[in-house]
Design a protein around this ligand. Structure first.
Ligand code: ADP
Ligand code: MG
Length: 259
């Protein structure tokens, strides 16, 4: 199967703290991989190293955008990595609060537009065509996410679960081949979480996007993951199917047993 992400021997130091140590992670096309582990294990730091928020101290992050050759993204800025086709959400929601729901998604789409600054100012034909396309794509995403009725509400006025969904919609608007979700079900009730796992499966099945998700809700993780990658204290301690991870003594000891 085609590989879309290959992180080799990633290390990350914060002063004297070794937050990541020798992490090898591969993700295949269309795969849903859950990244689990106790708080402080280094999960978000690994996301940050993959998406350009941090540069790894050691190792290489390689991505394989469709139709392009292998690209090492170490040292690339986050916006450049988004353009290559990696999109993410954040553990602490980061929406444009004072913009509408629709505008939040349109901002995501804009990273795919080819207008120059001049064309935007003179509002030439290409600008108008792309704006129309952006609007249609954004409305389609809002419909998929059950958010179309709130299109003109300010993002900050949405209930919490819908803010989380909107963040995923905005990430998808950038047309990624790999979507990284940092605790997407955090703060959701069981009904909202069930709806979320249907949505994640739908995204993968319809768009063939690969998904890497950090999640503490083990029911969600066991239901939707093809593979689970377990971290503890900056290290990878197990990597396998949900069934293998459920029965792995080291994992039970480090993590599952404490739940
Ligand atoms: N920007 C930072 N500066 C210093 N230490 C950090 C920074 N980000 C994370 N850490 C530390 O790295 C470790 C891993 O954190 P994090 O990746 O957020 O864990 P997780 O997401 O698994 O809960 C923690 O000890 C955390 O305090
Ligand atoms: Mg985290």
């Amino acid at each position: 199967m085609k590989i879309v992400l290959q992180a080799d021997k990633i290390g990350k130091n914060f002063g004297g703290l070794r937050a990541l140590d020798n992490i090898d992670l591969k993700i295949h096309e269309g795969e849903i991989v859950a990244l689990i582990g106790p708080n402080g294990a280094g999960k978000t730091t690994l996301f940050n190293c993959i998406t350009g928020m941090h540069e790894p101290t050691d190792g290489k992050v390689n991505v394989f955008p469709p139709g392009q050759s292998k690209t090492c993204v170490n040292g690339f800025k986050p916006n450049k990595i988004t353009e290559l086709g990696l999109a993410r959400t954040f553990q602490n929601i980061r929406l444009f609060n004072k913009m509408t729901v629709l505008e939040n998604v349109m901002v995501g789409c804009h990273c795919r537009n080819s207008n120059t600054f001049l064309e935007a100012i003179v509002r030439g034909p290409r600008f108008k065509r792309e704006e129309k396309q952006t609007l249609e794509n954004s409305q389609y995403l809002l419909e998929t996410f059950g958010l179309i009725d709130f299109a003109h509400h300010l993002a900050e006025n949405l209930p919490y679960a819908n803010q989380r969904r909107l963040e995923i919609a905005r990430a998808l608007a950038t047309d990624p081949f790999l979507l990284l979700l940092d605790e997407p079900a955090a703060g959701m009730n069981p009904n909202e979480t069930n709806a979320l796992d249907q949505l994640i499966l739908k995204i993968r099945n319809e768009k063939k996007i690969s998904i890497l998700l950090i999640e503490h809700d083990m029911k969600l993780v066991m239901r939707i993951s093809d593979r689970i990658f377990v971290m503890n204290q900056g290290k990878n301690i197990a990597d396998g199917s949900p069934q293998e991870i459920r029965n792995n003594e080291t994992v039970i000891h480090a993590y599952l047993g404490t739940e």
